[in-house]
Design a protein around this ligand. Structure first.
Ligand code: COA
Length: 210
């Protein structure tokens, strides 16, 4: 069950994939999406693909106990370079992990989609994280709107799942706000922490014939 990586979201089973893990099963057709960043109508925010320049952003967020409070606590600083390298390798294979760029072109957070195994099937999980100094400004909302806009263009994303901790008020609010359906509570984990989480799912399209 150990999730070797550090993406926002729950710790997934060993067979799962996420933006820090090995290769993804499919390659998204939006390889050039970062070259033509979408601009959010809701906030001066855009997404760009995670790159080697973003180690400092990852370190700033994931070594911060305030940011990682709902995710099992701060990542030790010495683990960040390896986490960053895994993230880069995964993004090179499937470009669905993004930096959230604020109005001064500064990276203020990260957001993305990755594969996770849940109840014996591979599903798509989404997660997000913002620098503590930028919380409560609508940035995650703006970034999620952009991510969903992209995801709706990607045929393999029929549903997106999210597993925020029960006490993660902001993340649960985000799921609710964007129309995710609450399926219930589950036990999960992130890194070495055991977590009680809400399981939310957003249906982007149905594969069932009408
Ligand atoms: C979750 C997180 C990304 C939200 O980022 P943000 O930019 O502050 O979020 P927004 O400002 O867009 O707010 C999103 C919603 O959450 C609500 N919200 C924000 N902070 C909140 C808080 N502390 N308590 C309750 N609700 C909160 C907002 O009111 C908003 O809902 P509304 O528009 O319906 O009012 C940010 O808190 C974070 O980085 N947390 C640490 C990492 C983490 O836990 N990631 C999620 C893993 S599943």
């Amino acid at each position: 069950m150990e999730r070797p990586l550090g993406a926002p979201g729950r710790r997934a089973p060993a067979a799962s994939r996420d933006p820090h893990a090995a290769s993804w099963r499919h390659r998204a057709p939006l390889q050039s999406g970062d070259a033509e960043p979408l601009l959010s109508p809701a906030a001066p925010t855009r997404l760009r693909l995670y790159s080697d320049a973003d180690l400092a952003l990852t370190e700033a967020m994931e070594t911060d106990p305030a940011v990682m409070r709902e995710l099992g606590g701060a990542v030790p600083r010495e683990e960040i370079p390896a986490l960053h390298r895994r993230r880069l390798a995964t993004v090179a294979d499937d470009p669905w992990w993004f930096v959230i760029v604020g109005d001064d072109d500064r990276g203020v957070g990260e957001i993305g989609i990755w594969e996770t195994e849940h109840d014996g099937r591979v599903v798509h999980e989404t997660g997000w994280m913002i620098l503590a100094a930028f919380h409560g400004r609508g940035l995650a909302s703006a970034a999620l709107a952009l991510l969903l806009e992209r995801a709706r263009e990607e045929p393999r994303f029929e549903q997106l799942h999210a597993w925020p901790g029960l006490s993660n008020a902001a993340s649960n609010a985000l799921c609710r706000k964007f129309g995710f359906e609450l399926l219930g509570e589950e036990d999960s984990g992130y890194r070495d922490a055991r977590l009680r989480v809400n399981h939310w799912v957003l249906t982007l399209r149905s594969s069932l014939p009408r």
